[in-house]
Write a protein that binds this ligand. Structure first.
Ligand code: IPE
Ligand code: IPE
Ligand code: MG
Length: 248
């Protein structure tokens, strides 16, 4: 039985987030430059996106570039930005065909102009699609997002729009980039690293974490389905006891 057949459609997560890691090591294993790994990572992106839509996932967030990734060699950063522009351009058609809406989170205005423009075009072109939302985390980091949210709240207080006593979790969440999405129930990281790397730290408070040794360019929809089946075998207690959950 394939993993796809084992998925229980009644217990699907609404939102899956993926830290796509291991492109550089994948290329190194093949005696190639790191950029070769990034180029091959695009196939995995396409397959994961189609697989997620096929499984019935409503939101898929992909960590594509962190604010810390600017610290990589200039050649690699430039190649990644170029790849991003070309991929968004080429894949818009596929997104339309699959009825997938593209959105993005992160410090988008500080992306290279060409990249920002291509992204905005794809976002507006696909804005009416409804099967799944593909959310790209670009120039994103969780600490950046949280500080930006705090700044917005502080300025609302300064202008008298908001009282400090009125700050609660929902007020805070409304200032995050993901305010119009549910939190991811499942977070996947490839490449065998067991860390969060500044990704969605508020939003994953109660996410199930799934780590796989597969390097990102080798990741395919069957791997996503395997993660979904694994997710469905877990008991999510949210601080309660098993007995309480059973009696619900
Ligand atoms: C993930 O692969 C892609 C990005 C972070 C842009 P890496 O480039 O981090 O690959 P490794 O982790 O060095 O193998
Ligand atoms: C996290 O991967 C960022 C993305 C996948 C875009 P990194 O490869 O940059 O993370 P670290 O440096 O291993 O923590
Ligand atoms: Mg990495």
């Amino acid at each position: 039985m394939s993993f796809k057949e084992k998925i229980n459609p009644a217990k699907l997560p609404q939102h899956v987030a993926i830290i796509m890691d291991g492109n550089g090591r994948w290329a190194k294993q093949k005696g190639k430059f790191r950029i070769f790994g990034h180029t091959n990572g695009v196939k995995a992106v396409r397959d994961a996106v189609e697989g997620a839509a096929e499984a019935g996932i409503k939101y898929l967030t992909l960590y594509a570039f962190s604010t810390e990734n600017w610290n990589r060699p200039k050649l690699e950063v430039n190649a990644l930005m170029e790849l991003l522009v070309n991929t968004i351009h080429k894949e818009t058609e596929t997104l339309m065909k699959n009825n997938i809406r593209l959105v993005a989170i992160g410090d988008l205005e500080n992306l290279p102009k060409k990249c920002y423009k291509e992204l905005q075009e794809a976002i507006s072109k696909t804005s009416g699609n409804s099967r799944m939302t593909l959310n790209l985390a670009l120039n994103y980091s969780s600490r950046w997002e949280i500080v930006a949210a705090v700044k917005k709240i502080a300025s609302q207080i300064k202008s008298g729009e908001l009282e400090p006593e009125d700050i609660d979790e929902s007020k805070f969440v409304s200032q995050l980039c993901t305010s119009d999405m549910p939190d991811p129930e499942l977070l996947i990281r490839t490449s065998g690293e067991h860390r969060i790397s500044n990704f969605l730290m508020w939003q994953i408070s109660y996410s199930e974490l799934y780590f796989t040794e597969k390097l990102w360019p080798d990741f395919r929809r069957e791997d996503l389905f395997e993660a979904l089946v694994n997710f469905q075998s877990r008991e999510r207690r949210f601080g309660m006891t098993s007995e309480q959950l059973e009696s619900k």
